[in-house]
Every structure is written in C-alpha cells, then in structure tokens.
Design a protein around this ligand. Structure first.
Ligand code: 1GP
Length: 264
C-alpha cells in the first residue's frame, strides 16, 4: 500500500479528517478543547477524564504533556479516549515521542517565537516522514507563547510576546497566517496565573482570518466569557479538569455553549 493511502480506521467513534470538521464547528461558534496529559493522567484514566469532559460538552480531546511522554503512553491514552468518547483525539506534541497512530490528528505546529530552530522547524523536519507513515492528519498551526509562558516558554526557548503589546501580537499572528498556518494558538502557558490578556486577543482577532485558539490559565467562567467576547474561537483548558474536576470545568463549558447559542 502506498504510504499516502490511509487504511480504514479501527472501530472508533470519531472518523474523518479533523481540520474540515473543526473549521465547520468554528464557523458555527466557539469550540472547547480539553488538554489531557497522558503522563499525569495515563491510560484508562485519560479515557475517564475525556468522558467527563465530553459529558460537559467539550469538542476535542488534546493529548500532550511536557515530560514523561512516550509513544506507548500516548497510544494507550488515545485508545482509552476513543473507547470512552466520540470526540476527535488530537496530539499536542512535545517532540517525536508524542507520536502515535492511535490519534486522529496532530497539531503540526511551529513555535514561531522561539529562539531555538528545533522548535520552529527542525523537529518538524525530523518527524514529518514518521507522521506520514503513521497516517496522522497534520494540522499546520502557528504557536505563539505569551508571557509568562510557564514551562513551555522555558523549554521552548520562547521570546514571549509581551502582555502589553497587542500590535506585536497581531503582527506575529498575521505572519503565522501568511506563512500558511491553518490555526493560530496564543498560549500563556499551562498553569499561568492569568490567561492571555483580552487586548491581545482582540488585536489578533482583528487581523486574523484563520481560527484563533487561546489557552493557558483559563480557570473561570469570567475568563472564558471575556476571551470569547474578545474574539477567541477555541478555548483550551487542562489544569482546571485535573485539579478542580467537573465542578470547575462545567461553568467554562457553559460559557462556550452560551456563546455558541448567541451565534445561531
Ligand atoms: C496548555 O493552554 C493549555 O497548553 C492549557 O493550560 O493547564 O492552564 O488550562 P491550563
């Protein structure tokens, strides 16, 4: 079989390319991604966490983490999520060890504001053939780390975008779109004390045509509402489900759903 021919997927409930599905959803209103770290929440636990998030209305399960990730761990988590939910499973890669053919798609991302060329393009060149052989759908994404950046800012050698410079954030995001990225992700860093500033989101959204993803430090319905009002089209949360469970994630999902309702 030619490496470009995708074999019939195993029996799983989500099927088909993720990007067109996501673009359709974003056109209808905002979307929520739940980030699950297969190191902290391995195997069946990842499936349980995803099932809880799905019951609250999350749209996509993202698998990723900064340490302890292996292809086996990613594969087990992806399988468990598929067994327990109907949601697409998308890899949020940390490096080559994040790749598994058990997921539906991979955020094929460039950390554009990194000083380290490995983060910008070299790791991608080192893994592209593997992505192809695994029949993973690569979704080109510009990844921009905003201060404080937390762990990803540090390990990614990011020159973090300043929180008080919306014009610079807009310029970087537009550059990502002009380079052909299909999504742009503004990331404050997992566990950030506060999310990406509203002014940055607003400025980016004014110039961007591709969907804008915002994540890092989103902990409340108020955060979610402000970011959605400013123009975020996808919200990503991770820590809130790990630490606060459904009681904490529920109000955020309600904001996303309400905002979607206002669009239809
Ligand atoms: C990390 O933006 C995501 O890439 C999630 O951040 O863990 O702070 O929700 P939190």
């Amino acid at each position: 079989m030619s490496p470009t021919t995708r074999p019939a997927p195993p029996a799983r409930r989500f099927q088909g390319p993720v990007l067109p599905w996501l673009l359709d959803h974003v056109r209808a209103g905002p979307v929520h991604f739940t980030l699950i770290d297969p190191d902290k929440t391995p195997g069946a636990k990842a499936g349980e966490a995803a099932a809880r998030a799905e019951s609250l209305g999350t749209d996509v399960v993202m698998l990723g983490g900064s340490t302890g990730i292996t292809p086996d761990r990613m594969g087990q988590a992806a399988r468990a999520v598929h067994e327990r939910t109907t949601r697409p499973v998308v890899i949020f890669p940390q490096g080559p060890d994040s790749l598994t053919g058990e997921a539906d798609a991979l955020l094929f991302m460039s950390l554009l504001n990194s000083r380290d060329l490995r983060m910008v393009v070299r790791a991608q060149a080192a893994t592209s053939l593997k992505v192809r052989s695994l029949h993973l759908e690569p979704i080109p994404m510009g990844y921009l780390v905003v201060a404080p950046g937390m762990k990803v800012g540090e390990v990614g050698s990011a020159d973090c975008l300043a929180r008080n410079d919306p014009k610079a954030a807009a310029a970087w995001a537009l550059a990502a779109e002009y380079l052909g990225m299909r999504l742009v992700y503004l990331e404050a860093g997992s566990g950030a004390p506060s999310p990406v500033p509203i002014e940055l989101v607003r400025a980016v959204r004014q110039v961007l045509s591709v969907p804008l993803i915002v994540g890092g430090g989103i902990r409340s319905a108020e955060h979610a509402r402000a970011l959605l009002d400013a123009g975020a089209q996808v919200l990503v949360t991770g820590t809130i489900l790990e630490e606060g469970g459904e009681g904490a994630l529920g109000p955020i999902l309600r904001e996303v759903k309400d905002a979607r309702g206002r669009r239809t």
